[in-house]
Design a protein. Structure first.
Length: 268
């Protein structure tokens, strides 16, 4: 995949100038003898020191543990149909999140947690395995909203105003919390169905709107851009990095997630 190869080339080049975080991604599927997705999620929270409460800044946490995360538009035909992609076939694990997730921070967080589940549990299993996708979803749900912690904040009677507060506190969508409530046996299928319908009505009417990830810096990838800023203080320039990679400087900026440095003309 061309984009992933380029991302790795950039990462490898940056590691010549800056020491990136140590890769701390345990192979729990091997260590724990085929754990359930929920057990793996709980163990990862423990090892990463997230033992109680919400997992704030998921993307930044992944980066702090050595995972390369990128948020981008993938225009290539081979990847244009996927929502996200992850691999452990490189010296550092890589997670690619597509830009269609960026308009909904909760959706992006769940997708990132889902891909983290694949990294921990599946070691690059072929895409499209339905059971593995379900396992990654279960991992993500337990990672973001552990059953033993979230159940006391959910109710047998679904009130959307109260659910909104829980949603914001835990960084999980109201829809996911309704599903979680049903999954934990707190509400019936019919109650969950009515709550889904009410949510859809609110969304259709414009009362309920998505929150862009751009309002949440901790969910926007920053590892490589931060490494580049640090390298700039130690003599690296954009031109030197571009020459090393044999890329145009604009391509380097794009891969780092930066916008063009040219001023924009505004007509008034």
């Amino acid at each position: 995949m061309t984009y992933v190869e380029m991302l790795w080339e950039l990462t490898y080049a940056m590691e010549s100038y800056v020491e990136l975080p140590y890769v701390d991604l345990p192979a729990l599927a091997d260590e724990m003898d085929s754990p359930s997705p929920e057990a793996a999620a709980r163990e990862l929270r423990k090892r990463w020191g997230i033992t109680q409460g919400p997992l704030r800044h998921l993307v930044r946490t992944m980066e702090q543990h050595g995972i390369i995360v990128a948020l981008t538009t993938l225009a290539e035909e081979e990847v244009a149909r996927v929502d996200a992609f992850s691999t452990t076939h490189l010296p550092r694990p890589v997670v690619i999140l597509t830009s269609d997730r960026a308009d909904d921070v909760y959706r992006l967080r769940f997708t990132a947690a889902h891909e983290l589940g694949h990294l921990v549990l599946h070691h690059d299993v072929a895409a499209g395995d339905i059971e593995k996708e379900k396992e990654a979803d279960r991992f993500a749900a337990e990672l973001l909203a552990p059953a033993d912690l979230i159940k006391d904040e959910l109710s047998a009677r679904i009130r959307l105003n109260a659910l909104d507060e829980v949603s914001r506190r835990w960084g999980v969508s109201q829809k996911a919390l309704i599903y979680r409530s049903r999954e934990l046996g707190l509400v019936s299928d019919s109650s969950a169905r009515r709550a889904y319908q009410k949510l859809e009505q609110l969304r259709t009417s414009g009362i309920l709107q998505n929150e862009s990830v751009r309002r949440f810096p901790g969910e926007t990838p920053a590892l490589l851009a931060s490494a580049f800023e640090l390298a700039l203080d130690n003599g690296l320039t954009l031109e030197k990095l571009a020459a090393r990679l044999s890329w145009h400087p604009a391509m380097v900026r794009a891969m780092l997630g930066e916008t063009s440095s040219r001023p924009k003309l505004r007509l008034v």
